[in-house]
Design a protein around this ligand. Structure first.
Ligand code: AVJ
Length: 327
């Protein structure tokens, strides 16, 4: 049994209580806003992380499968571009499935830093990776990367290594483009002058395909979306009646995004965080966006953030792109 490094917390070493308090305020502000809005990171409690894994295996959800196919075909070339002795950083690591394809080809990586808000999943994944790659220094960091990026304490050699961020799964798509640029800029800052970024992003395509991917027949995406309300009831003492809300997702080809909503089926009141919130019949809570990019637009965002496009890989249908950038 390998001794497990304690999960570092960052940035600014916020306690779990402070993090929960900040989330509470964010939720409160979101429910007061017009339209009512909740941050997509709320999806990823332990139940949500599990539901998302189920989504990635759905017939309709081509996203994960397609990226996996691209990675499988080109991981060797990607690893070569990252180079030897690199420190690999993954914001929103989740199950850390795709990074294994890189690790299988990377030459003597300095360390791997998975960053995630789902603490239980992060600890489990880190221990699995330590067993699978005994030579690898795995340094998990429990953090909300949307609040800025930081690195845990590193050994001198890991600290001086070339830093490369791995940001797959089109997580960047959750952000409105200006925020996406800001996060890319933050990534560029953390990886520094010799750094790199390997980024996976979903591309624009037939809206029918997109619609199906976010409206699966088995209703897993609906359960994933509604789990946000279950969580607010459990963790923040809210009184949402889940059956009074409908999962509603559609692709907006003008804004280039899938929007996910929870729509109130009738006019009613909900208590959350000690306050009454009125829902009109048909009123939405906007729970997520999933932006779809063209390769050129994505690379434009990256350039704005100080990242230079070096190489891109797509599947045959051009549904998904993985791209490598350097500072
Ligand atoms: C994890 C943000 C990439 O937007 O496709 C999947 C989340 N939501 N189905 C996405 C999600 C509904 C997913 N990302």
């Amino acid at each position: 049994m390998t001794a497990l490094r304690p999960v570092a917390r960052g940035p600014h070493i916020e306690t779990p209580e402070e993090a929960q308090e900040r989330l509470r305020r964010e939720i409160h502000a979101g429910l007061r806003a017009n339209p009512k809005t909740l941050p997509p990171k709320l999806f990823y409690d332990d139940t949500g992380a599990r539901l998302f894994e189920e989504i990635t295996r759905l017939d309709e959800y081509y996203v994960t499968r397609t990226e996996h196919e691209i990675m499988a075909a080109h991981a060797k070339e990607m690893a070569a571009l990252i180079g030897p002795n690199a420190l690999l950083i993954e914001p929103g690591s989740g199950e850390a499935t795709k990074v294994r394809m890189l690790l299988d080809h990377l030459e003597n990586p300095a360390a791997y830093v998975p960053i995630d808000i789902s603490a239980e999943q992060l600890a489990r994944v880190a221990s699995e990776l330590t067993q699978e790659y005994p030579y690898l220094d795995v340094i998990p960091l429990e953090a909300d990367f949307t609040r800025g990026l930081c690195l845990p304490e590193l050994s001198d050699s890991a600290h001086d290594a070339r830093r490369v961020a791995f940001f797959p799964g089109t997580t960047i798509g959750n952000l409105h483009p200006p925020q996406a640029v800001a996060l890319l800029r933050e990534i560029a800052r953390v990886v520094g002058p010799r750094g790199g970024l390997l980024l996976g992003v979903d591309l624009r395509k037939d809206p029918t395909i997109l619609h199906a991917a976010y409206n699966d027949a088995r209703g897993v995406t609906a359960a994933f979306n509604k789990n946000v309300l279950v969580r607010l009831n459990r963790e923040f003492g809210a009184t949402f009646d889940i059956d009074r809300f409908r999962h509603y997702a559609y692709y907006n080809p003008v804004a280039n995004r899938v929007e996910m909503h929870l729509v109130s089926l009738e006019s009613h009141e909900v208590i959350a965080d000690g306050e009454r919130f009125l829902f009109e019949q048909g009123e939405a809570i906007w729970t997520a966006s999933s932006y779809k990019y063209s390769p050129a637009e994505l690379e434009g965002c990256a350039r704005e953030a100080g990242l230079v496009p070096r190489k891109r890989w797509c599947d045959d249908r051009r549904w998904f792109m993985v791209a490598f950038f350097e500072i």
